[in-house]
Design a protein around this ligand. Structure first.
Ligand SMILES: [Zn+2]
Length: 169
C-alpha cells in the first residue's frame, strides 16, 4: 500500500465530478487500499477519490474512532437512495481543507447502495456520524465541499483564510 498525496483547496480537481467505476480491477482494489492507508495516516475518518487526484467514484471511511475496532468501509459507486427528512448538525472538517471546520446540517440517516471491493452489491442504512461522513464523501464525488453547505458569511471567512495560507506557502 502507498500513502498518496492529498489535494488541498483551491486545487480545481476538488470541484470536478468523478466518473463511475465500470470495472473493478486489481488497480481499483489497490487504489481503495491506498486511500484507506492515506486516510488512517492523515488521520481522517473519510476520503474520496478526487482528494488524492483520482476522478473515480471511490470512497473510504472509518468512523469508529477506536483503534481496536476499526470499521473500514471501502465503497465503489456509492449512491444515496433515500434520506431522512429530519436533519442534525455535526461539526465537520475535511482533509482537503486542513485546519478549518464548521457545523453542517444534513439528513439524520441515509440509505445507500454501493459495490464493495469484491464486486458485491450492498445496501445499508447509516445514521449519526457515519451518515454525515457518507454524505460528505459522496459530495466530494460531485465536486461539492462541506463549505458549500454553510452560510456565505462563514464560507467567505474560511475561504479568505485558506487563500491567505496558500499565499504564504
Ligand atoms: Zn472532505
Amino acid at each position: 500500500m502507498t500513502i498518496r498525496e492529498i489535494q488541498f483547496v483551491p486545487d480545481p480537481i476538488l470541484r470536478k465530478v468523478a466518473l463511475p467505476v465500470e470495472k473493478i480491477t486489481n488497480a481499483t482494489k489497490r487504489l481503495l487500499d491506498d486511500m484507506a492507508e492515506t486516510m488512517y495516516q492523515a488521520p481522517g475518518i473519510g476520503l474520496a477519490g478526487p482528494q488524492i487526484g483520482e476522478l473515480q467514484r471511490l470512497i473510504v471511511m472509518d468512523c469508529s474512532r477506536d483503534d481496536e475496532t476499526d470499521e473500514l468501509w471501502q465503497m465503489i459507486n456509492p449512491v444515496i437512495i433515500q434520506s431522512s427528512e429530519e436533519s442534525s448538525i455535526l461539526e465537520e472538517g475535511c482533509l482537503s481543507i486542513p485546519g478549518h471546520s464548521s457545523e453542517v446540517s444534513r439528513p439524520n440517516w441515509v440509505e445507500l447502495k454501493f459495490t464493495d471491493k469484491n464486486g458485491k452489491q450492498q445496501e445499508i442504512r447509516a445514521e449519526g456520524l457515519l451518515a454525515a461522513c457518507i454524505q460528505h464523501e459522496i459530495d466530494h464525488l460531485n465536486g461539492i465541499l462541506f463549505i458549500d453547505h454553510i452560510s456565505k458569511l462563514k464560507r467567505d471567512m474560511i475561504w479568505r483564510k485558506v487563500l491567505k495560507e496558500v499565499r504564504q506557502t
